[in-house]
Design a binder for this molecule. Structure first.
Ligand code: PEP
Ligand code: MG
Length: 563
């Protein structure tokens, strides 16, 4: 804990991921069922094992129903995860484990904990995606036990006043349905810039700081000021000062909301701002924002629940819904399937890989299944023709120039513009040669950071490494942008880094020509760029590239921009 120079306030800090200032009492997400409640419940008061199993069934039904109703109000991947959790809660194998333990004379709480433990061991030994479901199993265990002993479900309590939500980390089941009027900022002890928490905070438009060590030790109800640009959580701030900072931040947010594009620096250098979309619905709503098109259509997200590969015709229908809102002269960058690793697709993903992030994902799926890509490209070309929308196509996870050339030939043969994503350091280092065979590059900073820093983007303990402000990541981006300037071809950024208004200035200064982000982030980024000259952007790039670490880089750019 450090003491700030200006006041007697004590300050914790973490990685700032969504800008803005909020103040209010700390509200903890409850991770565990209270041991007192479990002790009071003891073995319950059941006449026999069958009655205890009945109570288990009732608890499971309630827990599964909660997941299902949360899934109904969630979207995309979050809805998928919640539906899967409902299924896991009702799992027959888990129920027979509990029944066996009850028959053996255990109380219901011990019977549930024992059965879950057995499954945790099995899942952990299976590794890969199954191991990742251990968090879900633990979540189910806590919820079932809470229901049995008559405690409120662990997770996010309903705030009685606007509060700052503080958690070790947040799961999709915690964050779906949060009300930004009542939860005014998110702070987590773990989690990185690309974590689920960060994505949700950006959607809600509330300030967010992740990886803030020691924040869970703040007593519930402590009044804190959270600054999502500096990454600080202050205690002891004078309430009047806190109020005026929050008001200033709201005023700024309203000013940002009224920004209407098109984006350019204050001295008129145009910048393309684009949206990241997942399906027809998100493409339609993003189309109403001040964007010049879609910079990343993640096609795999349309197929998370599909067992079989959709036909070319069905794919064309799905893609046409995304392209149609942009037939007014804007353009859409479609990314071919990035199945595998964190986005398993039943009909494409290789099963049982030891290390799926370094395995057969993205473009690599076409090595032993070339038809998969050919059919997808046919579907995309058909949708482009039907809608008349300018369509660019890019491949994810490209490692070599030969892969880029091969992909480019297939796309150009269909009369479309061809590009590749720069997500692997090898592609950044060879950007100039990649640009000899493609029409554009798009930097996926989420994966580029993961692979440059050898730090799993999902690992909650490595937030300081999975940070796109890391000097090595910035260098790779600068190399790629420079290659684009030399070749006179577009080089965009479509990872979460593009949504950070501060970093956006440095990216434009490096020579990046487009920034693609969640639609919600477009206005803050556009407004920020409109306040600085291109020369200041270049100075921001130089300052960020020269800084020794991410926090110093942020501070240097903030100072340059007069924040
Ligand atoms: C990225 O890696 O930055 C990216 C945009 O792709 P995804 O997040 O879908 O892996
Ligand atoms: Mg990626």
């Amino acid at each position: 804990m450090t003491t700030s120079a200006e006041s007697s306030a004590t300050t914790l800090s973490g990685t700032p991921v969504v800008p803005g200032v909020a103040a209010g009492p700390v509200l903890h997400v409850r991770g565990e069922v209270s041991p007192d409640a479990i002790a009071r419940f003891g073995d319950g008061d059941f006449p026999d094992a069958d009655a205890a199993l009945g109570a288990y069934d009732e608890a499971v039904a309630a827990v599964a129903d909660t997941f299902t109703s949360k899934a109904a109000s969630a979207q995309g991947a979050a809805a998928e995860v919640l539906t899967a959790s409902a299924g896991l809660a009702r799992d027959k194998g888990l129920r027979s484990g509990v029944a066996k333990n009850l028959q053996a004379g255990q109380g219901p709480v011990a019977a549930v904990q024992g059965a879950v433990e057995q499954f945790v061991t099995i899942f952990t030994n299976m590794g890969g995606l199954m191991a990742e479901r251990v968090t879900d199993l633990r979540d189910i265990e806590r919820r079932v036990v809470a229901h049995l002993v008559g405690e409120p479900a662990p997770g996010v309590p309903t705030p009685s006043e606007p509060s700052i939500l503080v958690a070790e980390d947040l799961a999709p089941s915690d964050t779906s349905g949060l009300d930004p009027e009542l939860v005014t900022a998110l702070v987590t002890e773990r989690g990185g810039a690309t974590s689920h928490t960060a994505i949700i905070a950006r959607q809600l438009g509330i300030p967010c700081v992740v990886g803030a060590a020691g924040v869970m030790e703040l007593p519930a109800g402590t009044f804190v000021v959270v600054d999502g640009e500096t990454g600080t959580i202050e205690q002891g701030t004078d309430p009047d000062e806190a109020r005026s900072r929050v008001e200033e931040s709201h005023r700024l947010r309203e000013e940002l909301a009224s920004w209407s594009g098109p984006a350019s620096t204050s001295d008129g250098m145009p910048v393309k701002l684009l949206a990241n979309v997942a399906d027809g619905a998100s493409a339609e709503s993003a189309g109403g924002e001040p964007v010049q098109g879609v910079g990343l259509f993640r096609t795999e997200l349309c197929f998370l629940d599909r067992k079989e590969e959709p036909s070319v015709e069905e794919q064309a229908d799905i893609y046409a819904r995304v392209l149609a809102p942009y037939s007014d002269g804007r353009y859409v960058v479609v990314r071919t399937l990035d199945a595998g690793s964190d986005k398993p697709i039943a009909f494409a993903t290789h099963q049982g890989e030891e290390n799926p992030a370094l395995g057969v994902r993205g473009l690599r799926l076409s090595f032993d299944n070339p038809g998969l890509m050919e059919r997808q490209l046919d579907g995309i070309a058909a949708a482009a023709e039907r809608t008349g929308t300018e369509t660019w196509v890019m491949a994810p996870m490209v490692a070599t120039v030969a892969e880029a050339a091969d992909f480019s030939a297939k796309v150009r043969a269909r009369g479309l513009k061809a590009g590749v994503m720069v997500e692997i350091p090898s592609a950044a280092l060879l950007a100039h040669r990649m640009l000899e065979v493609v029409d554009f590059l798009s930097i996926g900073t989420n994966d580029l950071t993961q692979y440059a820093m050898a730090a799993d983007r999902m690992a909650t303990d490595l937030a300081h490494l999975t940070d796109p402000w890391q000097p090595a990541v910035l260098q790779l981006i600068a190399i790629t942008a420079h290659a684009g300037t030399e070749a006179g071809k577009p080089v965009g950024v479509c990872g979460e880094a593009a949504a950070d208004p501060l970093l956006a200035t440095a990216l434009i200064g490096m020579g990046i020509t487009s920034l693609s982000m969640a639609a919600r982030a477009v206005r803050p980024v556009g407004a920020q760029l409109g306040r600085v000259t291109f020369e200041t952007c270049e100075a921001a790039a130089e300052a960020a590239l020269g800084a020794p670490d991410p926090m110093a880089a942020r501070a240097a750019v903030r100072e340059l921009l007069g924040h």
